[in-house]
Design a protein around this ligand. Structure first.
Ligand code: UD1
Length: 354
């Protein structure tokens, strides 16, 4: 079997790692195509290195710029390498612009298309990613749902491709690194971890200001706020001339560092998709600075709380989490995202077809 896997961003590289390993261990071929959507070293190359993925076979080097320009470039630039590789199947992970571009390209070229992380929905069409994943799901031939709820969403939309509940490959890689790093979730330290990068937050001056004010208030409560800062967020904060005083900003961290911080923090404040799940798996309290989430499983027993608009009264909620001595009740989250063997299941399905 010959697979072409298309990635372009940090979360796509992470969720593809166990799949690449599995394809290669089953004596099949995988060509890795990077669109170049994330180009900073610490957002891309660093992950290939750390997760021991060989360098991409092709880098499309798409230019930065408007969504439509980037999308157009991805679709047209993919044609040549896909023709040359002539894969049995194109696999696209997640919901990025790179994933949508690749899906459309494969579809137009008549190459079977498989979607990793199919069926995730926030039901918020203002999110670029929500529209991307809906379109990808509706032109995919094979759809790999990470949770039963995602599978249910696909059935409700009557997608045309074949659907499978496989579990989440992000959970596969999470378990591998949790074991490797010997991470434990019972000893929390006195700091709060924060990551913010969603356009909805960072492109809105008032929202961004409120988030930073919240972080500063938390730091006045005696909790260091550690903020690995996404390059887009950094640019926006500086163009808004907002201050980062009292917030401990650091460059984006490696995957292993992120999982280590996550296992030790009292609380994660985030708008990331992937980190909400990882906090859940790490038994770490999470406040998601969004109105909605595609990972409704994490809302179980208040492991994750949505905070679309920050109000003064929210500080009370936060200080209760910070001051609680009790460990969060360990729910049975794990099976919700599979059993850590999603990649094995996916590759078995692919091998039956190709
Ligand atoms: C979101 C978007 C996705 C976009 C990406 C941009 C949604 C639903 N999806 O994904 O389309 O491409 O943002 O970044 O909004 N991590 C590190 N180091 C860090 C920060 C994060 O290793 O400093 C790891 C996390 O542990 C996790 C992954 O990166 O595994 C999450 O990546 P993140 O950038 O937060 O992306 P998402 O919000 O999941």
């Amino acid at each position: 079997m010959k697979v072409a896997l298309i990635v372009g961003t940090r979360p796509q590289i992470i969720k593809s790692q166990p799949l690449i390993k599995e394809i290669l261990s089953r004596k099949s071929k995988v060509s890795i195509i990077h669109t170049g959507q994330h180009y900073d070293y610490e957002m891309s190359k660093a992950f290939f290195k750390e997760l021991k993925i060989r360098d991409p076979d092709v880098n499309l080097g798409v230019s930065t710029g408007s969504t439509s320009r980037q999308l157009g470039e991805i679709i047209s630039k993919l044609e040549k390498p896909l023709k040359k590789i002539s894969p049995d199947v194109v696999v696209v992970p997640g919901d990025t612009r790179s994933a949508l571009g690749a899906a459309l390209s494969a579809n137009r070229m008549g190459i079977p298309l498989a979607h990793l992380e199919a069926g995730a929905r926030s039901y918020d069409n203002k999110m670029e990613e929500e529209v991307n994943r809906r379109l990808i799901d509706h032109c995919s031939d094979l759809l790999f749902a990470p949770t039963k709820n995602c599978l249910k969403n696909l059935h409700a939309e009557a997608v045309l491709g074949r659907t499978y509940f496989t579990g989440d490959t992000m959970y596969d890689v999470f378990l591998e690194y949790q074991k490797l790093l010997k991470l434990e979730s019972h000893s929390k330290e006195k700091f709060v971890l924060m990551t913010i990068h969603r356009r909805d937050n960072i492109e809105d001056y008032h929202k961004m200001k409120k988030i930073l004010e919240l972080a500063k208030t938390i730091s006045k409560l005696g909790y260091k706020v550690i903020f690995p800062i996404h390059p887009h967020t950094k640019k926006q904060i500086s163009s808004f001339k907002l201050s980062l005083k009292d917030i401990h900003t650091i460059a984006p961290v490696k995957y292993s560092q992120m999982l280590t911080l996550l296992s030790k923090t009292k609380l994660l404040l985030t708008d990331s998709g992937g980190l909400q799940k990882e906090a859940f798996w790490s038994n770490t309290a999470c406040i998601t600075l969004r109105k909605n989430t595609e990972w409704i499983e994490t809302l179980d027993k208040n492991h994750n709380t949505l905070l679309g608009t920050i109000k003064k009264s929210d500080l009370y909620k936060i200080s209760r989490i910070l001051n609680s001595k009790k460990q969060k009740e360990k729910s049975k989250p794990m099976r919700l995202f599979g059993n850590g063997r999603a990649s094995k299941k996916i590759v078995s399905i692919l091998l039956k077809q190709f």
